[in-house]
Design a binder for this molecule. Structure first.
Ligand code: ZN
Length: 501
């Protein structure tokens, strides 16, 4: 085989591996949306089988030989071409995957699925002790995962699974700087604001909420011929192909903002995946650059655009038309203050923009303590509650509202699970600032219900690349800057001090 033929054969194998992964995604989407409860045991097994087959194919002798055989071809490529970036990513993934034994991969996947099911029940019953042995096993597997890699800090290999380029040390520095500036701003706004969000807690029929969420994301540009919006416990976006990128949300009768902002959040993730160049479909470049960059897209649409006055200048009359009894006496400015009410709270996904990152930082530090072995799983609820009391001034009344609220540790690993949310907030402000510099009319666009200019800017500056480049490189390409907390702090200060006026 010539080097070109070897490359062609390698891409065929990689495409089959992607097919297996996406088949797994279909099973996972079904598990989290429509599957009856008793389907879960076999579903876990099926997902683990697919994961193991994909892992074995990727770490096979044939892939190793082909990676050796393509070197001459690889050297002839422009390093920013799709082929060169694909090979660079394959080599990175291959190096990681070959460090993990196949039995570890299948043990982990089977365990994750079981732990998730137990967590769903334990959370409903508010029984941490029920899920604690499973979580202890997750911690053990997470520590074991790290041992397969070289590291300075045990959390580093886990952080690298989602935000390559960051370490425990760099993130601690970054979060420390951000916290120093955020806490005084949060305290100032909490002391002065008069926002009342009780108008969002009236009774809003679920069917009308669902219709509004669908109409809203469609009006912003989510293409229902390439996606769906379904209901779930913990909203997510999942991609099967360029032509099938699905989102989910959840509806609560007495919480109107939950469904709207979860839908806008997941729509932001979907715009990213729907915007990846079609040529990359079926390759392992058809993915986001990092969890931070992915989250930047969801937070940009959810918060910077979706909680802005300009956005609701256009959509509020439509919301009032959908809920006339509840909202016809409520002014746009009261609604806008309500959806931007600043107050420390217990649930991360409902947190206001000013306290959100404190939730992330608490989880990040707890992950490190657990991985280092200083915090036992049995002591997690108390450590969680103590951290909330110290940083947010409130103590969760139950573990369901405390350390059992997020799916991440119960369906994944411990370590590297949360930093992407804060990185995403920071990057979202940087991307938006860069877009606004090129397109100063964006705020007027939003007032007119026009979102395609921003969507196109994001598409051509970052979405189309998919996973060709690392997260920090995508940021640099799109904005011309490295990671910087100042655009984010300027955005928050400008917005919340203005709302106070
Ligand atoms: Zn997200």
């Amino acid at each position: 085989m010539t080097p070109q033929q070897s490359y062609k054969r390698l891409t065929e194998i990689l495409a089959e591996i992607q097919d297996l992964k996406r088949a797994g995604n279909v099973l996972a989407w079904d598990q989290f949306t429509h599957m009856p409860p008793q389907g879960s045991a076999m579903r876990g097994r099926q997902l683990a089988t697919l994961g193991k087959i994909a892992h074995d194919m990727f770490t096979s002798k044939e892939v190793e030989d082909l990676l050796g055989a393509v070197q001459a071809f690889e050297k002839s490529l422009d390093h920013t071409s799709d082929d060169a970036c694909l090979l660079a990513n394959v080599r990175r993934d291959y190096e990681k995957a070959t460090k993990l034994p196949s039995h570890f991969v299948s043990t982990l996947m089977t365990h994750q699925s079981q732990c998730y099911d137990v967590w769903v029940q334990a959370r409903a019953e508010n029984s941490f002790t029920k899920v604690a042995p499973y979580l202890a096993k997750t911690l053990e597997l997470s520590q074991q995962y790290a041992q397969y890699f070289k590291y300075n800090h045990i959390a580093d290999p886990l952080i690298a699974t989602s935000d390559e380029g960051f370490t425990t040390q760099t993130l601690r520095g970054l979060f420390g700087d951000l916290k120093k500036q955020l806490v005084p701003l949060l305290q100032e706004v909490v002391a002065k604001q008069k926002a009342d969000d009780s108008l969002l807690k009236q009774s809003f029929p679920l069917a009308a909420q669902e219709q509004f969420s669908k109409d809203l994301v469609a009006a912003v540009g989510y293409d229902f011929t390439r996606g769906r919006l379904d209901t779930t416990h913990h909203p997510f976006m999942i991609s099967f192909a360029h032509g099938d990128v699905r989102i989910t949300t959840r509806y609560q009768e007495h919480n109107l903002s939950e469904s709207i902002f979860s839908a806008l959040h997941e729509m932001g993730h979907a715009f990213y995946e729907m915007g990846i160049a079609k040529e990359l479909d079926g390759t392992l470049l058809f993915d986001g650059a990092s969890s931070g960059v992915h989250e930047s897209q969801s937070r940009l649409w959810e918060n910077i655009v979706g909680r802005s006055m300009n956005f609701w200048t256009f959509f509020y009359p439509k919301l009032v038309a959908a809920f006339p009894t509840q909202l016809s006496g409520v002014s746009l400015s009261s609604f806008h203050s309500a959806i931007n009410k600043v107050a420390p709270s217990l649930i991360r996904t409902d947190a206001c923009e000013l306290s959100y990152n404190l939730h992330v930082m608490i989880r990040f530090e707890l992950e490190i303590q657990m991985l280092e072995g200083y915090l036992d799983i049995k002591d997690l609820p108390e450590a969680w509650n103590a951290a909330y009391e110290k940083d947010l001034g409130m103590r969760p009344p139950s573990d369901a509202m405390g350390c059992m609220q997020d799916v991440h540790w119960y369906g994944g690993l411990i370590g590297g699970q949360f930093q992407g949310y804060t990185l995403g907030n920071i990057m979202a402000a940087q991307f938006y600032e860069a877009a606004l510099k090129d397109l100063p009319h964006l705020p007027d666009d939003f007032k007119q219900g026009q979102f395609k200019n921003l969507k196109q800017w994001l598409g051509s500056h970052l979405h189309r690349h998919g996973r060709k480049f690392l997260g920090l490189d995508v940021l640099k390409k799109a904005t011309g800057h490295t990671l910087d907390i100042h655009p984010y702090l300027n955005y928050l200060t400008g917005k919340f001090l203005y709302i106070l006026e």
